[in-house]
Design a protein around this ligand. Structure first.
Ligand code: HEC
Length: 139
């Protein structure tokens, strides 16, 4: 009788362990991926883009991309690739932006960046978006 109980307890423990394991595994995303669907970016471009972003964009958009008092967060869902494609970043730097989503005012053009620089900046932004995921809009 005691043995029978022990067997049932063992089976019960096994089932509980399996349920926990399946639940944990089901919640696991690939490391460093917030599940945005954005593919991993070229590591060389990302590495080149980081200092360019920090030097040219972070003063308003934040060194963590989450915005400042002078510019919006690039991790807002507004800036996911289907709403603001890569070309929107290139055009913003080249031509500036008329304020339309936020109350920060217009963005002036950012001079001195080559096409290669801007491609690298976009790769950096997409990589951080991929890792960090998006914030709701309005915040
Ligand atoms: C002096 C502050 C400032 C700097 C520097 C700056 N931005 Fe902006 N940016 C803004 C503001 C403010 C907006 C918000 C406009 C709005 O209300 O939609 C904006 C919006 C944008 C947008 C959205 C464009 C759209 O079509 O809605 C992109 C993309 C962007 N910035 C990219 C960049 C990049 C890339 C850099 C660096 C090369 C940069 N910004 C540097 C202030 C800045």
């Amino acid at each position: 009788m005691i043995r029978k109980h022990a067997a049932w307890i063992a089976i019960g423990a096994l089932v509980v362990t399996m349920v926990i394991a399946v639940a944990a595994f089901g919640n696991t995303k690939p490391t460093g991926d917030a599940g945005t669907g954005i593919p991993p970016q070229d590591p060389g471009l990302v590495a080149a883009g980081e200092p360019l972003y920090q030097a040219n964009c972070a003063s308003c958009h934040g060194d963590d991309l989450r915005g400042t008092s002078t510019g919006p967060s690039h991790l807002s869902i507004v800036y996911e690739p289907n709403h603001h494609g890569d070309v929107a970043f290139i055009l913003a730097a080249r031509n500036g932006v008329q304020a339309h989503h936020w109350g920060f005012g217009n963005m002036e053009p950012v001079p001195g960046l080559s096409d290669e620089d801007l491609d690298a900046i976009v790769a950096y932004v997409r990589e951080i978006q991929r890792i960090e995921g998006f914030e709701p809009y309005p915040p």
